[in-house]
Write a protein that binds this ligand. Sequence first.
Ligand SMILES: Nc1ncnc2c1ncn2[C@@H]1O[C@H](COP(=O)(O)OP(=O)(O)OP(=O)(O)O)[C@@H](O)[C@H]1O
Length: 295
Amino acid sequence: MITLDTISRSFGDKQVLHDLSFSIGAGRMTGFVGSNGSGKTTTMRIILGVLAADSGRITVDGETITPAHRSAIGYMPEERGLYPKMPIIDQLIYLARFHGLSRHSARRRGLELLEQLDLGGKPSDNLEAVSLGNQQKVQIAAALIHRPRALVLDEPFSGLDPVAVERTLEVLKDFADTGAPVLFSSHQLDLVERLVDDLIIIDGGRLVANGTADELRSQRSTPEWILQTDADMGWVREIPDITVIEFDGNWVRFAAPNPDAAEAVLHQAITVSSVKSFAPHTVALNRLFQEVTQA
Ligand SMILES: Nc1ncnc2c1ncn2[C@@H]1O[C@H](COP(=O)(O)OP(=O)(O)OP(=O)(O)O)[C@@H](O)[C@H]1O
């Protein structure tokens, strides 16, 4: 587990991280979201030691982070750092050799990763000869090539098509399943919602939410239900404690303080109409995100 404890950082007189604390659990896929400029890249750089924190501490399994811990973290930086004019496989071998793998096992591992990620090009192609999405896959392979013990990825899914996202996701999940912590930032909230075990939301360099998507939904949002019948349901507006959020004649989405209150609406609907459907409504993460960043 990697833990950040009250990390702060300023650039000049502008403080961009404020006592930021959170943990990336072993074997957990942790999504890191926040609007542009909220401090995600700065945080990731501090974890990797590319930038220093002004104050605070980072620990790995309870020990203050060391250069050895950091070199065992696979990192995909925001500024993608591979060489356009060098063959893909050679770059992967180079990086792996740098971390002490033999040429033979580096090559085998590189080819294996490129196959798992379904590279749409040949491993011997120069990086610049493959599409941007495929270059992105090579960047992900580069973060994994040295068999790291944790992963920190800055926007790994940007620029990938849906099939490539699924493929990459499988590779990352398999990696997390080995017990490794995985942190990745993303602006694709629908994607994050589907992929992560845990979620960290920051705003203006401050932690605003941390937990599983379900935990965040239940802490932050009034539960909602959708009810559809064969008759007009204007009467739902008259029920105390019920807030109608969307209404379309015989279809209504409403917030209720608890399941009993929602079921009371259902029972009333049954007495006056034929009920076609009734179900809890899951609040999408992007609404949750707006709620917590505007709180
Ligand atoms: N080297 C730097 N010098 C000065 N200011 C910086 C530097 N690096 C980052 N900042 C500022 O710190 C704040 C946080 O930036 P950061 O890149 O960490 O945000 P982010 O959440 O990753 O944003 P995005 O989603 O747009 O990538 C921004 O206001 C940015 O301008």
